[in-house]
Design a protein around this ligand. Structure first.
Ligand SMILES: [Zn+2]
Length: 168
């Protein structure tokens, strides 16, 4: 059923065909997604060198991580790479306690986990990641955090950083 009910009560087209409203099933397919030069460099630097590389706008000075080709403020192409982090400031967090299906592997997410927004030292923008701290009493916006890198070989994804931990 759901929250929406079709009140038209029509079950057939004017020429007598049954109206098919819903077809459920399962579909899988393999695909490749080209990340482009900026995200490629970002992920390779994390994987191979355990460092965060951002791009800086030479017009306004904004430092973007994840990196992007064009400044969102000036609309200028950016080519200056700068290293930022690995420490930063917690800008926000959400502790997720409701499990849902992880789109990466089709399994239920292990809860609780903490999604965070962090501004790495030297960066202007916030980056989303995770923290190993799952007790909200220990988290506070403005506190300092540091990246904990995954063991080698690190994956070519944001999970090259395992999580961010509180700097005590
Ligand atoms: Zn700019």
């Amino acid at each position: 059923m759901g929250i929406y009910t079709d009140k038209r009560k029509r079950t057939h087209t004017p020429d007598g065909y049954e109206l098919l409203l819903h077809q459920s099933g399962h579909l899988e397919y393999d695909f490749n997604w080209h990340l482009g030069p900026y995200w490629s460099k970002f992920l390779i630097e994390m994987r191979d060198n355990a460092r965060f590389m951002a791009v800086k706008c030479d017009e306004c000075g904004n430092v973007y991580i994840p990196p992007r080709a064009v400044c969102g403020r000036c609309f200028k192409e950016m080519n200056e790479w700068v290293e930022v982090g690995p420490e930063g400031v917690l800008q926000g967090f959400t502790i997720v306690r409701f499990p849902y299906i992880n789109p990466n592997n089709g399994e239920l997410m292990k809860v609780p986990y903490t999604a965070i927004w962090v501004t790495l030292d030297g960066a202007t923008t916030r980056m989303m990641h995770f923290s190993n701290e799952t007790d909200e009493k220990n988290l506070e916006v403005g506190m300092r955090m540091r990246a904990v890198w995954a063991k080698e070989p690190r994956p070519t994804s944001i999970h090259a950083v395992e999580y961010f931990e509180i700097i005590k």
